[in-house]
Design a protein around this ligand. Structure first.
Ligand SMILES: Cc1ncc(COP(=O)(O)O)c(C=O)c1O
Length: 381
């Protein structure tokens, strides 16, 4: 028998959140009530002004390929946002728009790290980082972050992880799964290492405490990833963009042309309206997430489940569970069955996530309240 020809990708893992969801659906079909806190997805609908812009664009037959980097109204809206928010003068020529930031993440890795070379990322981090590195044929070198340090990134640990083959450092702030926001001094120190940085800033607009930061404020030796899935409640629209060092753009554009041609024209139109005109609507959703964050932290603290650090952004709390001798996947499934709360096992985010579960508070206050009451009963009887 010959080897399976796809075995070189055997280490790519599936999203465990999806496994939890599949099990949850099975239980729901049997009549069990489940509260879903497993997905990193806003529970709010996309603001109407954005949907209307898409419908209008479709009715006007704006349904064709576009410039591979994106239509100018979308890119100009991004330029304007970075001027307003970060006081940065980026150029529309540095922006590359695509169907979601996930594909751009893969592209960013491919652009900066030749196969066989190293990319530094944190342990724990968004599951895709490790998987996309494997798909790109590069070596993920993981730097531990710890609850005891508020899940902050220790730049000295990053320095120690650098090898002659290190081509990029991949960071994420606010971070999935912890909600940690990297400090200005951390970004500055990382920038000073002189290694290209891929900075995933998809949750930047969901920073509730302290200043919003972009790595671009400290270096242009970087690729910034951003997208409209989270702050604009547009996960299913698939729209993201990256801001690239000008010297890397022409290669990036060629790669993107070959892989994607372009993002959908009407989706880009809607995205331009989202960024230019829907900030008010989106700020209301962000305010609601912040209220839920405070509520969840208060309720968890009251029932002996204090996470022990301060998640300041995104919509996640990473909780070390008070139960020994059970791995996070088995525990998530057990909580699902016995307590009816779906959450993501910590192992999904790397070996450092074992012993933790991720709670997404992108759900109604009422559901969050019930979920925490159920968790209290599950852990403490
Ligand atoms: C840190 C992070 N980056 C990127 C993404 C992917 O976003 P998109 O919908 O733009 O592909 C996610 C989705 O959960 C995420 O958590």
């Amino acid at each position: 028998m010959t080897d399976n020809p796809v075995s070189h990708l055997a280490d790519v893992s599936s999203f465990l959140a999806m496994e939890v969801f599949a099990k949850a659906e099975e239980l729901e079909n049997k009549g069990k009530n489940i509260i879903h806190l497993e997905f990193g997805e806003p529970d709010f609908p996309t603001p109407g002004i954005i949907s209307e812009a898409a419908i209008q664009a479709i009715n006007e037959s704006q349904t064709r390929y576009t410039h591979t980097q994106g239509i100018s109204s979308f890119r100009e809206a991004v330029v304007d946002k970075y001027r307003r928010q970060y006081n940065l003068n980026i150029s529309a020529d540095q922006i590359l728009t695509s169907s979601g930031s996930s594909i751009l993440l893969y592209m960013a890795i491919r652009l900066l790290v030749p196969p066989g070379d190293d990319i530094i990322m944190t342990n724990i981090c968004y599951a895709c980082y490790n998987n996309l590195s494997i798909i790109a044929g590069v070596n993920p070198i993981r730097v531990d972050i710890h609850l005891e340090d508020n899940f902050e990134l220790d730049v000295n640990a990053v320095k120690k992880a650098i090898t002659p083959k290190t081509r990029a450092i991949l960071i994420n702030s606010p971070m999935n799964p912890t909600g940690t926001v990297l400090s200005k001094s951390c970004l500055k120190e990382l920038a000073s290492l002189g290694i290209p940085i891929i900075s995933d800033e998809i949750y930047a607009d969901l920073t509730y405490e302290g200043e919003i930061n972009s790595i671009l404020n400290y270096t242009d030796n970087c690729i910034v990833l951003n997208g409209l899935s989270k702050y604009y409640a547009m996960t299913g629209w698939r729209l993201g963009y990256m801001i690239i060092n000008p010297a890397w753009v022409s290669v990036a554009a060629k790669v993107h042309q070959n892989m994607m041609i372009s993002a959908a024209e009407f989706v880009q139109k809607a995205g331009a309206v989202a960024i230019a005109e829907a900030e008010g609507e989106c700020a209301k959703m962000a305010k609601a997430f912040n209220e839920r964050r405070k509520f969840v932290l208060k309720r968890l603290g009251e029932c002996g489940l204090d996470p022990g650090y301060d998640p300041k952004g995104a919509f996640y709390v990473f909780l070390r569970y008070p139960k020994k001798g059970i791995d996070s996947l088995s525990l998530s499934m057990d909580i699902l069955e016995k307590a009816g709360v779906a959450m993501t096992p910590g192992i999904d985010f790397g070996p450092g996530g074992e012993g933790f579960i991720r709670i997404s508070y992108a759900n109604s206050m009422e559901h969050l309240d019930t979920a925490i009451t159920r968790l209290e009963k599950y852990f403490f009887g």
